[in-house]
Design a protein. Sequence first.
Length: 301
Amino acid sequence: MKIAMLARNPDLYSHQRLKQAAEDRGHELDIINTLRCYMNIASRRPEVYYNGEKLGHYDAVIPRIGASITFYGLAVLRQFEMMGVYPLNESVAIGRSRDKLRSMQLLARDGIGLPVTTFAHDAKQTEEILALAGGAPLVIKLLEGTQGIGVVLADTNRSAKSVIEAFRGANVNILVQEFIKEAGGTDIRAIVVGGKVVAAMQRTGAEGEFRSNLHRGGTAKTIKISPEERSTALRAAKSLGLNVCGVDMLRANHGPVVMEVNSSPGLEGVEGATGLDIAGMIIDFLVAKAKPHATKTKGKG
């Protein structure tokens, strides 16, 4: 099988592991810089060009699209889908997961546990937002933030109001969420591949840090999750339409709550913590499912 991976940095651990896993199984995997692709959007003859040449046939595509280039990356992925190439995750599903507000709305629609989350356009409604979210301490998130960047913990209503008004004054969209104190600076990442939770790890933030992201100095260890947590992760993946994802959850007093669903989860932390061959599982799923023109959503939102 011939596989394309859309990724800007071929040297990242996750990208090298996926390439290695594919080649170990006798497949060919080409890492293609997403931003160097350009497209001919012709009726019934969609084409993708790369470095001046038209790309040949691929059986499947693995999108590893960075958050900063989501718009263009999804355009390139849609072009592959129009050409009949099977995507590991579909463009529509990735678009849902990258829009924090939309993903929260979809998860809420399907009854999946979430922290109390509020959103408003007008900074004049700050008092109402604080009241809806239950008051300080509160977590304030940029809609476009990743890896813990653009996430602020406000300890008092006064500081929360200042942060909200500052962001809204800069015309930046934010979510305001209740702070799950009982989580104690730890979260759970469950890796879902093809409707199964194949691995789970507990991430703990660095000393004095409420964010548990490994990029911010957090640590990870393997963990056994409860049936309710497993069900929550699977339902979250299904709600957004993702075949492969990392579901980040907190253990709240009232059960697991989903913080985020990541459509391009890093593999280094979870493979290091669990010792499992997650890259191999992803390739095995892709090879088993890849069929021409098998995109489910056909461009529907």
